[in-house]
Every structure is written in structure tokens, then in C-alpha cells.
Design a binder for this molecule. Structure first.
Ligand code: ARG
Length: 252
């Protein structure tokens, strides 16, 4: 009997959750906007746009929600989702086992790999050669709490071969590179390409890091996760997603 009452109560809470969302008719997306071409501020409108924003918008249109985009620090996204502050995140976010402890991920909709941005006159072929050229110690810029931060902290900082400078966003890290405050910046390849295209005197090195899967993140108790993920699957199947990606990343 107690169990039955508990069950009914639990169902009421779930229903209340769903209707609260449905009544507001809006899903709030938390992201960190300086990450082109996935999310960046449109030069003309000043509004956040990019691959993630457009995919999220297409899904929301399909399942009948308005979309609101909130720009916060990348490292605050998962704690904020866990605290129930926002409905989901689309942030070029890499699926990791550690993050899966806190949030649930949709199907993968893109991949990324860490790249190294250096001043164009650097001759080194990869990050290890760069380290050697710098005499065995260098300053590396990363975006705080990203996989680039995690890898570089593990592989270089822990070994005592680098000081890691952590920035709130990729653009700030690149600014520090052009100002000579760091020797390189490690960040996902598409933003890396975009930053190199926007700033003169920079070039890219490849890294040996593995390919990362991007997915959107939801609180574990999200009432819209299943519906959202199903819509994402349909947009992947009907080519909508590919069309959005190709708008920002022309096929080579
Ligand atoms: N893929 C990397 C990660 O998940 C970086 C993502 C940064 N995204 C952003 N919108 N700033 O850690």
C-alpha cells in the first residue's frame, strides 16, 4: 500500500514536471558561445548562432518548443544541468565517461579532435617537437574544463613540462597566443580552424589525440530527453542535420 502511494506520488511529480515545461513552452539551452562554428555571436544580429544552435532550433521546432539560448562558462554547464537550472546543453560537448556520471547524452551528432594552434613561424611539426624547441617547458593555453584542458593537464602539466593557462573561452586563449603569453593553444579542430582563419599569423598542428564524439547533454531526470533524442535521430536520417553542418563547414 505504501509503495502504491509512493508510486502515485512519484507519477504526479513527473506529470507536474512535464506540464511545467509544456506550459512554459520553452526549452533553455545552456552553452558557451565562443566556439565557432558550433556557437558564436552573429556579426550582424549579435545573436548566438552556429551548428549547435541551429540543430537545437530545428529539434525544438519539430517537437513544439521555443528555444532560449544562455551563454555561461563551459565548466558551469554540467553543474547547472544537474541543478536543474537549464533544460539541456548543446556545446560541442565531448561525451566522456566522467560526464556520463552526471548527465545523459543524446546520440552523437558530430566529432572533433584536439588541434594545436601555434604562431605561423613555428617550425615544429607537432606538440612534442614544440616542447623540445622550447627547451622542455612551455605555456599552453586551453579553454577551462574542456577535454583539451583535461588532456594537457594529464600529459604535460602532470609531467612538469608545461604550465597550463586556463581561459574562459577559446577566443581569449587565442588572444593570449597572439600576445605571446602562451606558446600554443589546444582546442577542438573546427574552432581552431575558425580562429586561425580570423587571426593572421597563426597555423595548426595536428595532435595524436583520439577523435571525440559530440552529443547534447540533459539532466538525468529530463522529461523531454526521449522525445528530443528521437527528433534528433529523424533530423539525422532526413539530411537536415547534414545540411546545417555543411552550411558552416563546407565539405572539402
Ligand atoms: N569538446 C570539448 C569538450 O567537450 C570542448 C567543448 C567546448 N565547447 C564550447 N561551447 N565552448 O570538452
Amino acid at each position: 500500500m505504501k509503495k502504491a502511494i509512493a508510486l502515485v506520488l512519484a507519477m504526479l511529480f513527473v506529470l507536474a514536471g512535464i506540464s511545467a515545461l509544456a506550459e512554459s513552452g520553452k526549452l533553455t539551452l545552456a552553452t558557451n558561445v565562443n566556439f565557432p562554428p558550433y556557437e558564436f555571436y552573429d556579426d550582424e544580429t549579435g545573436e548566438p548562432t552556429g551548428i549547435d544552435i541551429e540543430i537545437a532550433k530545428a529539434i525544438c521546432d519539430k517537437i513544439g518548443y521555443d528555444l532560449e539560448v544562455v551563454d555561461i562558462d563551459f565548466g558551469s554547464i554540467i553543474p547547472a544541468l544537474v541543478a536543474g537550472k537549464y533544460d539541456f546543453s548543446a556545446a560541442g560537448m565531448t561525451v566522456t565517461e566522467e560526464r556520463k556520471q552526471s548527465v545523459q547524452f543524446t546520440d552523437t551528432y558530430a566529432t572533433g579532435i584536439q588541434a594545436v594552434i601555434v604562431p605561423a613561424d613555428v617550425e615544429a611539426a607537432d606538440i612534442n617537437a614544440l616542447l623540445e624547441a622550447k627547451g622542455g617547458h612551455m605555456n599552453i593555453g586551453v579553454q577551462e574544463s574542456t577535454t583539451g584542458d583535461i588532456y594537457i593537464s594529464d600529459d604535460f602539466e602532470a609531467a612538469g613540462t608545461a604550465e597550463v593557462k586556463r581561459f574562459k573561452n577559446g577566443a581569449d586563449a587565442v588572444l593570449a597566443l597572439t600576445a605571446g603569453q602562451v606558446d600554443c593553444v589546444v582546442i577542438d579542430n573546427e574552432p581552431a580552424k575558425a580562429f586561425v582563419a580570423k587571426n593572421e599569423g597563426l597555423r595548426l598542428l595536428d595532435t595524436a589525440y583520439t577523435v571525440e564524439d559530440y552529443a547534447m547533454a540533459f539532466p538525468k531526470d529530463s522529461p523531454v530527453f526521449e522525445q528530443f533524442n528521437a527528433a534528433l535521430g529523424e533530423l539525422m536520417a532526413d539530411g537536415t542535420l547534414q545540411a546545417i553542418v555543411e552550411k558552416y563547414i563546407p565539405a572539402e
